[in-house]
Write a protein that binds this ligand. Structure first.
Ligand code: ZN
Ligand code: ZN
Length: 475
């Protein structure tokens, strides 16, 4: 890293520059920064909007970025990754928390009766691609890592913070190709699982598929998480609802129980298979790993002991949603050809480096034309996984978009109140274009100092802290 640039040297010109471009005082710039709520990489927009009365066509207000500092408006980047933007990731996490919670407790358009429906938290994992160093057991006590007579062995007892965890014991025999191909097909495996689950539920309840589908709806909310070994796995809230022709969410039939759901999840997981492209690797059939965890979700705030309360589940899922691939030692951005020789210098672990190189090689369209659709070079930094981090079926609960709209609507109400008009009675015509992203280094230093001293900018962090302490969001 180069030596830090003295703040004063940057801030001097920045303030001069800003003052020149923002009508002599910094108030408008400070206002913009305050509204960003601590966003680290704001998106810069140029454009204008006109607010009209929809009946008369009368212009009620006009806004143009021409009058903003530098002629640009900064808005929050909305990045989900905490390593890219802690403030926006915190908002994403809080939103995810609220929508998972709504799917469990009702509210935000979901009937409260969902609390009595069969619901579980299921964890679907990947199979083994070779022995990796293992951390402490579920009770937190260190266990002997991999005591084996044949094949790679390790007799140490590792603690939870050892960087060795998840790294192959013998990289020479590890199935890197199988691992990358599995990540690249994880989304397909999940899709197949959801189809099989409905079939297995119908089979176990002795109904035809069409009768089952007419009577019961299976709702999902899932998030992807990377294990230390660099393979993705899924946590999913799965709920059974009753339904009728109108599509309304009803209490499920009496035979639709947690036990039925548990059994069908396990048999559906075991039934999913996909043929992997044959590149001579050890793993030729892609399937789920043997470790399937299915835990019922109890109604109530304080399920004791090992029981999962609704609050706990919403907290877990929200936490996983902002934990990206970099926890497994990879990059938090796309890999470029120029990065390949210096991956280790960029902080990538030896194991993640081999996975990235494997993905990059398999992504060569001339050598592997059949793999083109997996877009493995584009997703090399994700170790092959190109799926969504969190998805929900339509009936599960509200959506992130709905939550964002609710926030935008709230701001609109505040604005309308200030302007003395009736909200929602206007028509906004706007044109925006992208002008860039991020602060200049000087601005960034200034904004950071400002964010630390400003209550407004800490608003989202505080909001989340409240949610965490009130609702027991686990660390
Ligand atoms: Zn941001
Ligand atoms: Zn070990």
């Amino acid at each position: 890293m180069s030596a830090p640039v003295p703040l004063a040297e940057l801030v001097g010109p920045v303030i001069r520059d800003l003052a020149r471009h923002s009508g002599k005082d910094l108030s408008r710039w400070l206002e913009q920064v305050a509204r960003l709520g601590g966003c680290a990489e704001p998106v810069r927009l140029v454009g204008h909007s006109v607010t009209l009365d929809p009946d008369t066509g009368q212009v009620l207000g006009e806004y143009s970025t021409r009058h903003e500092p530098h002629g640009q408006l900064m808005i929050r980047c909305g990045n989900r990754r905490a390593s890219r933007c802690p403030a926006c990731a915190a908002t994403y996490r809080a939103d995810t928390y609220h929508l998972i919670r709504a799917g469990l407790l009702g509210g935000k358009g979901v009937p409260d009766a969902v609390r009595t429906h069969p619901r579980v938290l299921a964890t679907l994992t990947a199979p083994s691609f070779g022995a990796v160093h293992r951390g402490p057991g579920k009770d937190g006590r260190p266990v002997v890592c991999h005591p084996r007579r044949n094949g790679p062995a390790c007799f140490q007892r590792h603690t939870a913070d050892e960087p060795l965890l998840g790294q192959p014991i013998d990289p020479g025999t590890y199935d890197y190709t199988g691992h990358v191909l599995w990540n690249a097909h994880a989304g397909d495996l999940w899709r197949r699982f959801t189809i099989y689950l409905r079939r297995h539920l119908a089979g176990l309840s002795g109904l035809s598929r069409s009768t089952f589908n007419r009577t019961v709806r299976v709702s999902f909310a899932k998030v992807a998480e990377y294990q230390a070994r660099g393979v993705v796995h899924f946590h999913a809230v799965i709920r059974l609802d009753g339904r009728d022709e109108s599509g309304a969410t009803l209490p499920p039939p009496h035979w639709a129980t947690v036990a039925l759901l548990d059994g069908a999840i396990r048999s559906a997981v075991a039934a999913v298979h996909l043929d992997a492209p044959d590149l001579g690797q050890a793993t030729t059939v892609l399937s789920w790993g043997e470790q399937v965890d299915v835990r019922p979700i109890e109604a109530g705030e304080l399920a004791g002991g090992d029981e999962l309360s609704e609050q706990k589940v919403a907290g877990y899922v929200a936490k996983y949603a902002t934990k990206a691939a970099e926890t497994s030692g990879t990059l938090n951005r796309r890999v470029k050809a120029a990065d390949l020789p210096r991956l280790r210098h960029l902080g990538v672990t030896a194991h993640a480096e081999r996975l990235i190189r494997t993905a990059w090689n398999l992504g060569d369209p001339l050598t592997y034309p059949d793999l083109v659709e997996l877009r493995l070079r584009k997703w090399a930094h994700m170790l092959g996984f190109r799926g969504h981090f969190s998805t929900r079926s339509r009936a599960y609960s509200t959506t992130l978009t709905a939550l964002r709209q609710a926030r935008a609507h709230f701001r609109e109400l505040q604005l309308a109140e200030r302007q003395g008009r009736t909200p929602g009675s206007t028509l906004v015509l706007a044109h925006w274009s992208y002008a860039g992203q991020g602060y200049t280094p000087g601005e960034s230093a200034l904004a950071l100092g400002f964010a630390d001293s400003s209550g407004t900018s800490n608003h989202h962090r505080k909001e989340l802290a409240n949610v965490e302490s009130r609702d027991g969001l686990p660390e």
